[in-house]
Design a protein around this ligand. Sequence first.
Ligand code: IMP
Ligand code: MG
Length: 369
Amino acid sequence: MIKLHDLYFKPFISEEQIQSSVEKMVEEIASDLGDEMPVFVGILNGSFMFVSDFVKLYPKPCEVTFIKLASYEGVKSTEDIQRLIGLTQDLTGRTVVILEDIIDSGNTLEEVHRIFRNENVKELIIATLFYKPEAYKKDYKLHYVGMEIPNKFIVGYGLDYNGLGRDIPAVYQLKTTQHMTNLVLFGPPGAGKGTQANFLKEKYDLVHISTGDVFRYNIKNETALGMLAKSYMDKGELVPDQVTIDMLQKEVEKNADAKGFIFDGFPRTNAQAKSLDKLMESKDSQINAMVALEVEDEVLVGRLLERGKTSGRADDADESIIRNRIKEYYDKTAILKDYYSDQDKYFGVDGVGSIEEITVRLGAVIDNL
Ligand code: IMP
Ligand code: MG
């Protein structure tokens, strides 16, 4: 992912894909033109990289020149396009091939046609590397198209967003979801996960998705997914990951404008972690970090026994049960720690200290993501 000015872009077309598209255009055009010596006319600024790669591959003698028209302001096509640097060369009787980086609305192309109307060229051929059929509003024939792409803003390979990105050799596409902070929150029982989740949610405007709560909600409200989950539970079977993921997806979609999510109680296995990655990817986003509160066993036992005195929770009263819950937590989460560590996304945070101190430590991690 890259950031240009205020926007995020994701990889879209690789250098190799671009190269093979350019090669294909060169072959077709060279074979169609035969022995005719063309004048290739690049439309600046965007086409400089395409023209350069194209003419390097062109197998026969040719001429190359450029014209420059006013380009895009930001991400919207400007209405009034002017001729900035015109043609100085006499093109009478010549076969002219316009090399465009991208054809979007077709406004630029219309201007090109207007400019060439008085040039008495033998033939005006239009070749564009990228073409957005859904955005094209004109009737001019496009003789050669490298790649048809969806109507989304792209940068790289000559194309810019407000001046940036032209130098990037591959093409990136504007992310429809902008930057989110998505956390997987972990902590052994007694680590203060609930308290800190509430704080994080407030401070970073995140949506807290606790899998336990999502399950209870779906079952209580008898949603289709809730009923499905219950049918497995009634048979004493584990609810398949896909059902859980589908529930989480609904939660994510309910909060489409969220600045990010805190996942709590999920994932528990490698397979679930992968499904969660896929879900986030389908939303043009990603898990940024697994944040785990780290507290020594002895401190946890002390805290839980203390809590047991007032909470009345049976599982907080018995030291051997407590120790077993803590052990189980480490057994189960070790694999996820590895999963996220391998991607440099594991952040252990010292969970011993005052609530405020721990909060500050968590903030330091998240502010750096
Ligand atoms: P038109 O809308 O076909 O006239 O395209 C006008 C110009 O807008 C192109 O020559 C590019 O400079 C620019 N443009 C169109 N779509 C994009 C894009 O997705 N990224 C960057 N520039 C674009
Ligand atoms: Mg252009």
